[in-house]
Design a protein around this ligand. Structure first.
Ligand code: AMP
Length: 353
């Protein structure tokens, strides 16, 4: 057990690190940020200590490891070598093996299938010619995604019957891709599971996620699902968490089909945008739960206290902050980012529904 008063090392300086640091502080922990973004980042602004350094700076990593009691992360694309280097010196959760799967869409889907969980049909593609073969195999419509580094709809191209496949391959813009058969889903859902090193798990209820322009716009919690479908979503997410051996959090994005099947889309071994509702409508926020899980504390209650919605404030939408402060029952969270660029997550609002 890593008791209150200890220091949590955080890899990554974004809003997920910021909200984890705030939750950690409430439980008496200090947070030490490591990452290229430094003091001015959303996490750096609230961290007790900051090491501004690159992911491969071994000297800085060794100093950081000596200064913290446990390491976790808010960005799953931290190089696995960085995590291995730290794990040799200080408990580091999640581990490099989890990241290796979560950083790669092909590995994610292959892993899910290997433990008996369904996904969209998919094929690996490494050239325009392989793309043509894969489209012939899976049919159109389909969706081409880069296997690595894609998020918020980046590196993704929709494929229709008339799509020029050479142009689509070039537009995707990576050396390796995955072609996925189109899923005619009824809704998109996600489940966040916490797991401690001793294997104890706790899952939040499934939520519904609505996207706009490829970016999460609104989360409705809990999702309006038939009890058997909700139970299957929790079972699938928990099975993935256990099979991967995650310590910390695993967010699992799912498609629910019109006939009630649950397909795994992708996983993230960290706090997730679709879990922000827990900050105000759950006894234990996902950020506090991460702290509890990596420090070996008892996991907290995960039930929704009331039906609620989380609305992201993206780009200029953040300028509406006075409106949300004036709205009874609405809870505003801002991330301390100076510049409201289009598509940039600036904050969110939680409110009852
Ligand atoms: P992802 O980055 O995998 O979460 O994909 C971004 C969004 O594209 C998802 O939230 C879905 O709305 C849509 N999408 C992704 N994959 C598929 C698929 N195989 N079939 C239909 N829609 C998809």
């Amino acid at each position: 057990m890593i008791p209150p008063g200890s220091t949590i090392g955080m890899l990554g300086g974004g809003q997920l690190g910021r909200m984890t640091a705030l939750a950690a502080a409430r439980l008496g922990y200090r947070t030490h940020l490591f990452g290229p973004e430094g003091r001015d980042s959303p996490c750096g602004q609230v961290a007790a200590a900051v090491t501004e350094a690159g992911w491969t700076d071994r000297e800085a990593l060794a100093r950081f490891a000596a200064a913290v009691d446990v390491v976790t992360l808010e960005w799953e694309n931290v190089p696995t070598e960085t995590v291995e280097f730290l794990a040799a010196r200080v408990p580091t959760h999640p581990g490099a093996g989890v990241l290796a799967v979560a950083q790669d869409r092909l590995r994610e889907k292959t892993f899910a299938n290997s433990i008996g969980l369904a996904t969209a049909p998919f094929r690996a593609v490494r050239s325009a010619a392989e793309l043509a073969d894969a489209v012939a195999d899976l049919g159109a419509p389909a969706i081409l995604k880069s296997t690595r580094m894609g998020y918020d709809g980046k590196g993704q191209v929709r494929i229709h019957g008339t799509t020029d496949l050479s142009a689509a391959w070039a537009e995707m813009g990576a050396a390796e891709g995955i072609l996925e058969g189109w899923v005619d889903f009824a809704l998109e859902a996600s489940v966040i599971v916490a797991r401690r090193a001793d294997g104890v798990t706790a899952a939040y209820p499934p939520v519904e996620n609505r996207h706009a322009g490829g970016i999460l716009d609104t989360t409705l919690a809990p999702a309006d699902l038939a009890p058997a479908v909700a139970a299957e979503a929790v079972r699938a997410a928990t099975a993935l968490t256990e099979a991967l051996g995650v310590v910390g959090l695993l967010a699992v994005e799912l498609f629910v089909t019109t006939d009630g099947r649950v397909l795994v889309n992708e996983v993230a071994p960290r706090p997730h945008n679709s879990g922000h509702w827990t900050m105000d409508f759950c006894a234990t926020s996902q950020f506090e739960q991460l702290v509890r899980a990596v420090c070996g504390l008892p996991l907290g209650a995960t039930d929704a206290l009331a039906p609620c919605e989380m609305r992201n404030l993206i780009g200029d939408a953040v300028n509406r902050w006075p409106e949300f402060l004036a709205e009874p029952g609405a809870r505003l969270h801002l991330y301390g980012k100076a510049e409201a660029r289009p598509g940039r997550k600036m904050g969110h609002v939680n409110r009852p529904r």
